[in-house]
Design a protein around this ligand. Structure first.
Ligand code: NZQ
Ligand code: ZN
Length: 384
């Protein structure tokens, strides 16, 4: 096992009615920026519930954070936060709103162009505290320090990470997910699945506890994910999916083990250039990445196949093929197609994707840093 430090500052408020706990956790003399997305919370009643929970506090709303949150929109929210001396951000939504809140939190007291936080990793001081009310289990953003921001103007999707902007609390009420459209249920399950894979499917370092944590989350997602589509108002199913997605990326399972993240980095370029949903990009890239990296990942692919998908096959090559197929079948069972052609993206688009990887300095991806532009092209070509 590799050395590590571990701390997760987010207080999880899990279950029915936990939103009422929020008011007890706001700073004294709170001036709250209530940040949300395109308005789904107004249709499903969460908006009213949040307002009730915030009764008595000084609240300013900012609506309109898009999926794949747009830099320009977030900068408008930064302006609102500055003008109103906001001292707390409450993000109500999925990963995009929560990621957006983290960026706003970092940018408010940043002197200079906040784009530098994303593009140059510029240091920032005195970020605002963030709280989260999660409505879409997927990214784990509710209890990690990551933020991914899109900028259409430059066709870039960039991330920064800091525990100083990690939510201090996160409300996880599974009932808030009943209103999710099937497409977002699927996205969430697949994103969480791939988060685990990025931290698990590398090479063994004799960390059996992390392996079992990871396999437990993967098995739960494989079992419960399709049920969330079939029986959307089953509380227990929703609760298990929600907790799995949080545990998939709150830092725990990745401690002391190598991590990959190649699928995510290549996937981000597909969103930046072609606007595909984040999870869709992962479902396209992962099976091909597994194929191209099959020798380096051999032991863990075999372990995944046997322990998560119950594959029993002595011939190693066959077992690897069956495991890749099982992953692909799982994505398809979640109603997400796994080829570029399924989304009308032609082979000729691969040049642009590889160029963007180069422009963003993503030329040595994966746990060995060996996914260079040649391999990235091979992966994308295989996914065509
Ligand atoms: O905009 P609203 O009205 O909120 O509607 C959203 C949006 O249209 C809707 N939705 C959310 N909760 C709902 C709901 N609709 C009905 N009922 C509900 N309860 O779902 C749509 C998608 O929301 P979004 O927040 O974009 O989805 P997701 O949570 O998948 O977040 C994706 C973003 O997170 C980033 C991705 O790159 C992408 O930008 N990621 C963040 C990570 C992190 N912070 O650690 C890691 C991930 O790998 C990922 O990169
Ligand atoms: Zn992801």
């Amino acid at each position: 096992m590799l050395n590590f430090t571990f701390k997760n500052q987010t207080e999880i408020l899990f279950g029915k009615g936990q939103l009422s706990e929020v008011s007890l956790r706001l700073p004294a003399k709170a001036k709250v920026l209530f940040l949300y997305g395109g308005g789904s919370i107004k249709k499903n009643g969460i908006y009213d519930k949040v307002n009730t929970a915030l009764e008595g506090a000084d609240v300013i709303e900012f609506q309109g954070v898009e999926p794949n949150p747009e830099f320009e929109t977030l900068m408008k929210a930064v302006q609102v936060a500055r003008e109103n001396d906001v001292n707390f951000i409450l993000a109500v939504g999925g990963g995009s709103v929560i990621d957006g809140a983290k960026f706003i939190a970092a940018a408010v007291n940043f002197e200079g162009d906040p784009w530098d936080i994303l593009i140059k990793g510029a240091a920032f001081e005195n970020p605002l505290p963030v709280g989260a009310v999660l409505t879409l289990p997927a990214t784990g953003s509710e209890s990690n320090g990551n933020s991914v921001v899109n900028r259409k103007e430059t066709s870039q999707k960039r991330a920064f990470s800091s525990e100083t902007v990690q939510p201090v609390f996160a409300v996880l009420d599974p009932e808030f997910t009943y209103s999710l459209p099937p497409r977002q249920v699927s996205n969430g399950v697949v994103d969480a699945f791939v988060h685990v894979i990025e931290q698990y499917l590398t090479y063994p370092v004799n960390a059996p506890l992390q392996d079992r944590f990871a396999e437990g989350i993967l098995q739960t997602l494989v079992q419960e994910g399709p049920k969330a589509l079939a029986t959307p108002e089953d509380y227990d199913v929703r609760a298990n999916v929600m907790w799995s997605a949080t545990m998939a990326l709150n830092g725990l399972i990745g401690k002391g083990v190598p991590q990959d993240w190649g699928t995510h980095m290549i996937g981000h370029e597909l969103t930046a250039l072609h606007g595909l949903d984040h999870a869709v990009t992962l479902a396209i890239v992962l099976p091909s990445l597994m194929f191209v990296q099959r020798d380096k990942k051999q032991e863990k692919i075999l372990q995944l196949g046997e322990r998560v998908f119950g594959i029993k096959e002595d011939d190693k090559d066959k077992a690897i093929d069956l495991t890749i197929k099982a992953v692909q079948d799982f994505f398809e069972s979640m109603q997400i197609k796994t080829r570029l052609s399924d989304y009308d993206i032609e082979k000729s688009a691969i040049d642009g994707l590889v160029e963007n990887l180069e422009r963003n300095g993503l030329t040595a991806l994966g746990e060995h840093g060996d996914i260079d532009l040649v391999k990235a092209r091979e992966i994308l070509t295989l996914a065509a």
